[in-house]
Write a new protein. Structure first.
Length: 326
């Protein structure tokens, strides 16, 4: 029988992205017009997005097994939620975050598990992001994903969308948050001068850290033995996929690779990203942007989106690993 979890209400697609001081100035100047620039890819194509249903008084929850409704106490969602870690930016070198996206799309989401013989509400694990501090609204919870009996849904979809409104871009100064929470920055922990400009503020020439790359014919493949984190994105230009594979041990990336099927630029982006992240902790990899990747490329091609989507695939892989490890 099919077990179906149905949530009706407001769907959110929000993201936090590390940005340089120059980008902070652009957002301050452009306001909502910032979405019209190329930076829309940071949100819509998902480097670090949280997409799911807002849980609250306006969210209707229904559960059925074999087409018949079953009893379920929805208060279990916030009470027993597995709250995903939100400290990776606080424990990184990032200074500023930009908030982009929307939080008001009225629709319905379904999670469907096949071949379920019996229902026990205690077998649900809800993955919930808490955004109340960022958005200034108490108990702003987003149901990002759900497991039943240790397994993610066989099928997940949404429908009945009535449109949405983009939120005003918002800047978060992480140093202020760190001081309020008593968290030491990575730079301070290593005795670095906190006033020194970060590499993002002083970008190197594109070839300064780059390794010569020859794409060759066919897909670029760098297999990762015993990979336990995988993320995949498709470029908007060539439509081909970029797959990032990681092996993570003790929260450190010990091997990285994957496959790029598209243009030579996408292949170089994946090869450079793999070299870039091996040996880094997951907390150092969460804030990585396409601008960071540029430093490891022999060329940067602004008209192509391969760098955005390569980093996006990395973030998906990290996110998938975090869910599996929860």
């Amino acid at each position: 029988m099919d077990l179906i979890l149905k949530l009706s209400g407001q769907r959110c697609d929000l993201s936090l992205h590390p940005v340089s001081p120059k980008t902070v100035e652009r957002i301050g100047t452009l306001g909502r017009k910032f979405y019209a620039k190329k930076y829309i890819h940071w949100w819509r194509n998902g480097n670090t997005s949280t997409c799911g249903m807002k849980y609250g008084d306006d969210c209707a929850v229904q559960v059925s097994l074999g087409g018949q409704p079953v009893d379920f106490d929805a208060s279990a969602i916030p009470d027993s939620a597995v709250l995903l870690r939100r400290r990776h930016y606080l424990e990184s070198k990032a200074r500023y975050l930009a908030l982009l996206g929307y939080d008001d799309e009225h629709c319905t989401m379904h999670w469907i598990w096949r071949n379920v013989t019996s229902f026990d509400p205690a077998r649900f694990d809800f993955f919930v992001h808490r955004w109340d501090r960022v958005l200034g609204e108490q108990d702003f919870l987003i149901v990002d994903d759900v497991r039943y009996n240790g397994s993610f849904a066989d099928e997940q979809d949404w429908g009945g969308s009535c449109g949405f409104s983009l939120v005003d871009p918002r800047i978060i100064d992480l140093d202020v948050v760190r001081r309020e929470m008593g968290i030491e920055t990575v730079a301070a922990a290593h005795g670095a001068d906190a006033s020194a400009e970060s590499p993002e503020e002083l970008p190197l020439a594109p070839s300064a850290k780059a390794t010569p790359f020859i794409a060759g014919k066919g897909p670029y493949v760098r297999p990762v033995a015993h990979a336990n984190a995988v993320g995949e994105r498709s470029c908007t230009v060539c439509k081909d996929s970029i797959r990032v594979e990681l092996r993570i041990e003790n929260e450190v990336i010990v091997d990285a690779g994957g496959m790029a099927e598209g243009c030579d630029y996408s292949k170089e982006c994946l090869a450079a990203l793999a070299r870039m992240v091996i040996g880094k902790s997951i907390y150092d990899c969460y804030p990585i942007t396409n601008e960071d990747l540029h430093e490891h490329l022999t060329r940067v091609m602004p008209k192509l989106d391969c760098d955005y989507f390569t980093v996006g695939a990395l973030k998906l892989a990290l996110r998938n690993w975090e869910k599996a490890a929860a």
